[in-house]
Design a protein around this ligand. Structure first.
Ligand code: XCC
Ligand code: SF4
Length: 655
């Protein structure tokens, strides 16, 4: 049963246990529940009760007369609206925490990164001279809030994009105003009987997505850095083997760093540790799943035990005393799986409850107190453990590559720049760069497309930056270590060895895809690679997407000038017109398109062809794979020899 479902050895092992115990997980439910064939391609409209209308076969319009094009575009648009809302509401939460912290109302939160605060103050037009950190922070938070509610004014961070891009957005009328306004307007426009021109809907869709990328998400990243520190490289461990049989295991899962950061503090509190010992445990082991894990991994080196599809199987270890969740990507299924074990599922966000779970509401005003209470609840549950089975699978990794650090590592404090990266792209040592990001989806072999694509890209001298569940997949397969250099092409390897970084850089959680926007802007403005993001030999790939948020990210990547390819399947395949509007159409408008391609090999081929075409347009050196090869260290194809994977803990690539 586990065969072909995952390439993660720990997950394969746990799937066998799930089968033996007769416990169902997303893997089985995906098998039992085929995707609805009408919704899958975007052909179903349920925007009013004259329908729902299924535009299949001879039915080419809804009761209201809406065409297939309109319906498919509206469905796509609403996903972007929801995805942008999710990221941005998370971002708003960070801003409100900063405000409370600065006002002294959330005493457990401190402003950790003053330098970043000042930088952000600069972006937002907040005066810093002669003012206290708190005064600056209050103004920064209030200015940041304007970005959510503003009616006419553009999202402030648009000004951080290359000039040419900004001008293009304004010309096309897609420079977003306040995040809330754009999301509301898109919901309005896709309401029955409003905007019924597919292209027009899709244009507003880009605008809304930009409010996410350059608004809600970018603010979320910045404010999180101010509160908790801007990441720098940190070594850590990953996968289920990090769980401890003799310690209280507490998993944080979801997206917001506010509670999870406090949990880190609470878990190392001597009183809590003493209490754990009084219950027979040797200590407290705090670990993470999904993006809240990425947040505390990037800043604190807290181990990450898995990505989206690991959440239920982690509980099957019987070793998790509490799984603490906040918002987004938390499967309701964890509650029923936990029902077979002693694990307590604890919901914490005022925005998210799950029936059957314990709710301990997080309150930033008494953050540490709540975090300690949650830890105590986990400790109290430790003696209830029954059978424990922890797979012996652990990998090592290095994370923490903020865009600030990436600039710093290319020249130190006084000469930080993107010159070395640009130069090495120009001379062909590095062919290009690709952001590989996004979710898991049980419709494809768990982690397989992620890993196959990343390995194939670095073998082709493409630098990879990764976030979200792709980053966790890479972590679990040892791809975030300097040793992975063996898989990298010779040019890329040389550069990474010189700088001392892995060829796959973990840049953070999903809101941190905004860091990629900053990196791209820095590359575009550094010189030598054109003047706009759409000139760069770069691309985006989202191999195993499932979330509305992923669609919003993909759309803002494209609207920012990054050609982007999604795997799994296409939610717009019901309409050829819409399929072409978001690919060829958007390429004409914004210099980049959005494609859906389920075959990972084809995705890589397309991306490499795209990169090479950009190189040609820039009149760069033609990329030659063996140009920087030293005979003793490299033979073409060497680094991808499948024996290498099979030898050790690395799983074989490919489905
Ligand atoms: Fe969620 Fe962020 Fe997707 Fe993973 S990558 S499944 S959105 S946790 Ni964001
Ligand atoms: Fe059908 Fe039109 Fe209503 Fe959609 S909006 S459900 S297409 S009648």
């Amino acid at each position: 049963m586990a065969n072909g479902k995952s390439i993660d050895p720990a997950i394969v092992e746990m799937l066998q246990i799930a089968q033996a115990e007769g416990i169902s997980t997303a893997f089985d439910r995906a098998e039992r529940t085929a995707p609805c064939p009408i919704g899958h391609t975007g052909n179903c409209c349920r925007n009013c009760f004259m329908g729902p209308c299924r535009l299949v076969g001879k039915t080419t319009e809804g009761v209201c007369g809406a065409t297939l094009e309109t319906v498919v575009a509206r469905n796509f648009a609403r996903w972007v609206a929801a995805g942008a809302a999710a990221h941005s509401d998370h971002g708003r939460g960070m801003v409100l925490t900063l405000l409370a912290a600065a006002k002294g109302e959330a005493p457990d939160f401190k402003i950790k990164d003053e330098r970043k605060l000042r930088k952000v103050a600069g972006y937002l037009g907040v005066k810093t001279e002669g003012r206290s950190v708190e005064e600056i922070a209050i103004d920064v938070a209030n200015e940041a809030l304007v970005n959510f509610g503003s009616q006419k004014e553009e999202v402030a961070y648009l000004r951080r994009a290359p000039q040419k891009r900004q001008a293009l957005w304004r010309r096309l009328g897609i420079a977003p105003r306040g995040v809330d306004r754009e999301v509301v307007e898109l919901m309005h426009r896709t309401n029955m009987g409003t905007d019924q021109d597919a292209e027009h809907i899709l244009t507003q869709t880009m605008r809304t997505s930009l409010a996410d990328g350059w608004g809600g998400s970018m603010l979320s990243t910045d404010i999180s850095d101010i509160l908790f520190g801007t990441p720098t490289p940190v070594a850590a461990r990953s996968n289920l083997g990090v769980l401890r049989e003799d310690e209280v295991n507490i998993v944080v899962h979801g997206h917001e760093p506010t509670l999870s950061e406090m949990m880190v503090v609470a878990a190392s509190d001597p009183e809590s540790i003493e209490y754990a010992k009084s219950k027979g445990a040797k200590g407290i082991n705090l670990v993470g799943i999904c993006c809240t894990a990425n947040e505390i991994l990037m800043r604190r080196g807290i181990p990450v035990i898995g990505n989206l599809l690991s959440q239920e199987l982690a509980i099957l270890t019987g070793a998790i005393d509490a799984m603490v969740v906040d918002i987004q990507c938390v499967m309701q299924g964890i509650v029923s799986v936990a029902g077979h074990y002693h694990t307590k599922i604890i919901t914490t966000s005022p925005k998210a409850k799950i029936s059957g779970a314990t709710h301990i509401e997080f309150d930033e005003h008494r953050a540490l107190e709540v975090a300690k209470l949650i830890i105590r609840t986990g400790i109290d549950n430790f003696p209830n453990r029954k059978k424990v089975h922890i797979p012996d699978v652990v990998d090592r990794l290095v994370a923490g590559f903020s865009h600030e650090y990436i600039a710093y590592m290319q020249g130190g404090i006084y000469r930080e720049s993107f010159r070395p990266l640009n130069d090495n792209i120009m001379n062909g040592r590095i062919r290009g760069a690709v952001g590989v990001v996004g979710c898991n989806n049980p419709r494809v072999t768990h982690d397989s497309p992620h890993i196959s694509i990343v390995k194939e890209l670095i073998r082709n001298d493409v630098l990879v930056v990764t976030t979200g569940c792709d980053a966790i997949a890479c972590a679990k397969q040892g791809l975030l270590t300097p040793e992975v250099m063996d898989y990298a092409g010779p040019g890329l390897r040389e550069v990474c060895q010189a700088i001392g970084v892995p060829p796959v850089l973990h840049v953070g959680s999903c809101v941190d895809n905004s860091r990629i926007l900053t990196i791209l802007t820095q590359m575009a403005t550094e010189g030598g690679l054109g003047e706009d993001i759409s000139d760069l030999p770069v691309a985006g790939i989202c191999p195993e997407w499932m979330s509305e948020k992923a669609i919003s990210i993909g759309t803002y990547f494209v609207a920012s000038g990054v050609h982007t390819i999604f795997g799994v399947g296409s939610p717009v395949s019901g309409s050829k017109e819409v399929t072409s509007m978001i690919n060829e159409g958007w390429t004409e408008k914004v210099g980049a398109g959005l494609e859906f391609e389920p075959d990972w090999q084809k995705m890589v081929e397309k991306v490499l062809a795209h990169i090479d075409a950009k190189r040609t347009a820039l009149r760069l050196e033609e990329y030659r794979p063996t140009r920087y090869a030293r005979s003793e260290s490299y033979l073409p194809g060497d680094s991808f020899a499948s024996e290498v994977y099979q030898q050790g803990k690395y799983s074989a690539a490919g489905p």
